[in-house]
Design a protein around this ligand. Structure first.
Ligand code: PLP
Length: 411
C-alpha cells in the first residue's frame, strides 16, 4: 500500500510538545519554582451537576432491557437536536430546523470531516494566526499544495494584524471554503455584525461556503455581538456552523458537539447544478459515523434545563473573570492586548519586539509563568503570546501580581 503522501508534507506540530518540554526542563533545573500555567487550553472546572445526574440516569437506562439503547440515530437523538434548536436558535430569534442539526463527538471531528463534502481542488481560506485544525486537515485532504516559507501555496491566507484588530476581512480573490472562528482561538477577538455581514456578502457573491467555528460562543457577554452566524441575514444560504459543549460546559473529556447544515445551503457539481450540502453531510455521517454516545447526549440535553444553564453560565463567568483580570493587569503592566472580554483567551504583544519564544522564556524565568507562543498558530503570530483564563482565581491573581512586579514602570 502506498500511503497518503500529504502526511509527509505536513510538518510536525511542535508547539504544545515544545512548551511541555521547556516546562519540564525548567522544573528539573528549578525544582522549588512554583510555575503557574497560563497556557492551559482546556477547561478545568467539573461538569455541571445537572448533566452528571442525567448521565448517571442514562447509564442506568443501559442496565435494563426496556430502556437499553443500542445504536442511536447517526444525526443524534431527537431530544438533543430539539433542545439545541429551541434554546440556541429559536429563543434567540433564529429559524433553524432541528432536522438541520447534526450531533457529533465534538467540533474538531466535524471541522476536519467536513472536507469530505467539498472537492479536492477547492480553494480554502484560513486565518493567520488561526486554529491549526483547519490548515492541517485540508492539507491531509490534498488541498494545501506546496509548503513554501511556512505557507501552503494553494491556501488563501487571511492576515490578522493590529491594523484589522486581528479580525480577517474578505480577500480580493476568489475562494471556495472559508474558515472563520469567533470568538477566536488564539486571538480572543469576536466579530461584530457588520464584519460578519461583509463575509456573508462575499460568500454569497463568490458562491463560497463559510465554516463558522463558534466553539466559544458561550463566552460572549456583549449583547451587541452575534453568538451565531445565522443572526445575520443571508447566512443560511452560505454558512455551516460548528459548535461544541467542550468549552461551554466542560465536555472536553466527554465529547459532544454539533454542526448546523441548513437545508437552504447548496454546493455545485461539475456541471454547475446545485446540490444540497445537508444531504451530502447526512450521507457522509451515516456512512462514516455511528452517532455520539447516548449517555453523553443525555448529559448535553440536561445543560438546557434552567439549572443546567445556570451552572454552565457560572463556570463560564468564572473563566471570564480570570480573563478580565489578565486583560486589565497586562494593560496596566504596559502590554498591548487583544481579546479577553468575550473570550477566555488574551492575545498579548511582546513589549519590546522580542519573538514569541523569547517572551515565553522571559515570562518563565522571571515570573515563573507559562504561556503559549503565538508563532505556533501561524507566521503572523510571531511576537505575540496567548494567555488563558482557565486557571483558578487564586493562581491567576498570583500570576498577575508577578507580572506587575516585573513589568510595571520597567519597560
Ligand atoms: C477547542 C476547540 C475546538 C474543539 O472542540 P471539541 O468539541 O472539543 O472537539 C474547536 N474549535 C476551536 C477554535 C477550539 O478552540
Amino acid at each position: 500500500m502506498q500511503i497518503n503522501d500529504n502526511f509527509e508534507k505536513l510538518p510536525e506540530s511542535y508547539l504544545f510538545s515544545t512548551v511541555a518540554a521547556k516546562l519540564r526542563a525548567y522544573k528539573e533545573a528549578n525544582p522549588e519554582a512554583d510555575v503557574i500555567r497560563m497556557d492551559i487550553g482546556d477547561v478545568t472546572l467539573p461538569i455541571p451537576q445537572k448533566a452528571i445526574t442525567a448521565m448517571h440516569r442514562a447509564v442506568d437506562d443501559m442496565a435494563e432491557k426496556t430502556t437499553f439503547h443500542g445504536y442511536g440515530p447517526e444525526q443524534g437523538y431527537d431530544f438533543l437536536r430539539k433542545a439545541v434548536a429551541e434554546n440556541d436558535y429559536h429563543k434567540r430569534g433564529m429559524d433553524i430546523d432541528a432536522n438541520d442539526i447534526f450531533i457529533s463527538d465534538g467540533a474538531k471531528s466535524d471541522l476536519g470531516n467536513l472536507g469530505d463534502i467539498y472537492s479536492e481542488d477547492s480553494i480554502v481560506a484560513v486565518a493567520d494566526p488561526g486554529y491549526p485544525v483547519y490548515v492541517d486537515s485540508n492539507v491531509i485532504d490534498g488541498r494545501g499544495g506546496k509548503l513554501i516559507d511556512g505557507r501552503w501555496s494553494r491556501f488563501v491566507y487571511l492576515d490578522c494584524t493590529p491594523a484589522n484588530g486581528f479580525k480577517p476581512v474578505p480577500p480580493a480573490c476568489h475562494c471556495d471554503v472559508i474558515f472563520l472562528c469567533s470568538p477566536n482561538n488564539p486571538t480572543g477577538v469576536t466579530f461584530n455584525r457588520s464584519e460578519l455581514k461583509a463575509w456573508i456578502d462575499y460568500a454569497l457573491r463568490e458562491k463560497a461556503v463559510i465554516i463558522y467555528d463558534s466553539a466559544y460562543c458561550a463566552y460572549i457577554t456583549d449583547s451587541e455581538l452575534p453568538h451565531s452566524i445565522y443572526e445575520i441575514e443571508g447566512a443560511k444560504e452560505c454558512a455551516i456552523e460548528v459548535r461544541s459543549f467542550s468549552k461551554t460546559a466542560g465536555f472536553t473529556g466527554l465529547r459532544c458537539g454539533y454542526t448546523v447544515v441548513p437545508s437552504t445551503l447548496f454546493g455545485y457539481d461539475r456541471a454547475g447544478n446545485p446540490v444540497s450540502l445537508r444531504k451530502l453531510w447526512l450521507r457522509r455521517q451515516t456512512t462514516k459515523f455511528n452517532g455520539a454516545s447516548y449517555v453523553i447526549q443525555r448529559g448535553a440535553e440536561a445543560l438546557y434545563t434552567p439549572e443546567g444553564k445556570e451552572e454552565t453560565a457560572k463556570n463560564v463567568a468564572y473563566y471570564l473573570e480570570n480573563a478580565s483580570m489578565i486583560r486589565t493587569t497586562m494593560t496596566e503592566a504596559g502590554f498591548t492586548v487583544y481579546g479577553g472580554d468575550n473570550s477566555p483567551y488574551i492575545w498579548v504583544k511582546s513589549p519590546s519586539g522580542e519573538g514569541s519564544w523569547e517572551l515565553f522564556e522571559r515570562l518563565l524565568s522571571e515570573a515563573r509563568i507559562s504561556c503559549t507562543p503565538g508563532v505556533g498558530f501561524g507566521h503572523l503570530g510571531e511576537g505575540y503570546i496567548r494567555l488563558t483564563g482557565f486557571n483558578t482565581h487564586e493562581n491567576t491573581i498570583e500570576a498577575m501580581k508577578r507580572i506587575l512586579e516585573i513589568f510595571k514602570n520597567k519597560k
